[in-house]
Design a protein around this ligand. Structure first.
Ligand SMILES: [Zn+2]
Length: 303
């Protein structure tokens, strides 16, 4: 009987322990949800609190958080120790192309004022750059207007996260008239990588099943890390595992970082855990250690 009790205890406690492994979420957004209006609109507050609570329950120790300036400010007040903040831009018409009624910056600019942005890094308010939304705004990655921001990020050693690949169906007719699929090819980042040889780049939504050259780019430019959200949610499980297997076979799985992009944490984490070819060490890397290395925040994965 005692053995049975012990067995039962182990059975119930193991998932609890498993759920407590540290996670860094490299694709987290401070967005409005549920209501137009300011971040303090009750529906937006409710959404914010539900996302932050879900992150806490899944032991997200750090979340790379991007969004409109006012939302970043409000969300970071709620969980200042766990959120690393980065601005979203460029913004066609000054508004965030993903949530197009919201201004990216309180001054209404399409790009952040450079001196203001540098001061945000200097005073510790922001730690990251991006999600850069060039594809939505119809502005190539190597557009001359981007140069001063890459220079700033390289000089201050700020990691830059860049949206690639695609967007929701009919994006050009819905939110973003300048959106083009052809602007999301990750190979188009190459000029940026050559011009800014020290720039740390996170290729977001990096899918080697559609863009196999992502693997060659990672080999050619070892500063590149990737996240593969939201494919854990939108692809059939077998296809998502083939995507992960492409990184594993190319021996690049140690530069894949977990990102939720708004997904439920436990189902997102399970999409990785169920890939039998990933070792425990691979999973610990994807969930935490790879991002800690990319962010130069070693230690956060070993509390
Ligand atoms: Zn994105």
């Amino acid at each position: 009987m005692r053995y049975l009790l012990v067995l039962l205890l182990i059975q119930f406690m193991l998932p609890a322990f498993a759920a407590r492994e540290p996670v860094i979420d490299m694709h987290f957004h401070a967005w409005p949800r549920g209501a137009e209006g300011p971040p303090d609109h009750p529906k937006n507050l409710e959404y914010m609190r539900s996302r932050l609570q879900a992150a806490e329950e899944s032991n997200v120790v750090l979340a790379a958080t991007s969004g409109p300036q006012e939302f970043l400010k409000r969300w970071s007040q709620e969980a200042p120790e766990r959120l690393l903040l980065g601005p979203v831009f460029p913004c066609h018409g000054g508004v965030n192309p993903n949530r197009n009624q919201y201004r990216c910056f309180t001054d209404g600019g399409e790009f952040p004022d450079l001196a203001w942005l540098e001061s945000q890094y200097a005073n510790g308010t922001y730690q990251l750059m991006g999600e850069l939304l060039n594809q939505y705004a119809g502005i190539p990655y190597d557009d001359p207007r981007m140069a001063q921001y890459y220079e700033l990020a390289e000089r201050l050693e700020i990691p830059v996260a860049i949206h690639t690949h695609a967007g929701p169906p009919m994006t050009a007719s819905n939110c973003c008239p300048n959106f083009r699929l052809s602007l999301g090819n990750p190979l188009l980042l190459e000029e940026v990588l050559v011009r800014y040889p020290k720039l740390k780049v996170q290729i977001m939504h990096a899918n080697p099943l559609v863009y196999p050259m992502v693997l060659d780019m990672m080999i050619q430019y070892p500063r590149i890390y990737v996240d593969v959200s939201p494919f854990q949610k939108i692809l059939p499980r077998g296809q998502f595992h083939r995507l992960l297997a492409a990184y594993k076979e190319a021996r690049l799985v140690n530069r894949v970082m977990f990102g939720s992009d708004g997904d439920d944490y436990e189902s997102a984490l399970e999409a990785y855990r169920s890939a039998e070819f990933l070792t425990d060490s691979d999973l610990q890397g994807i969930f935490c250690r790879n991002a800690a290395r990319f962010l130069d925040r070693q230690g956060v994965c070993n509390p």
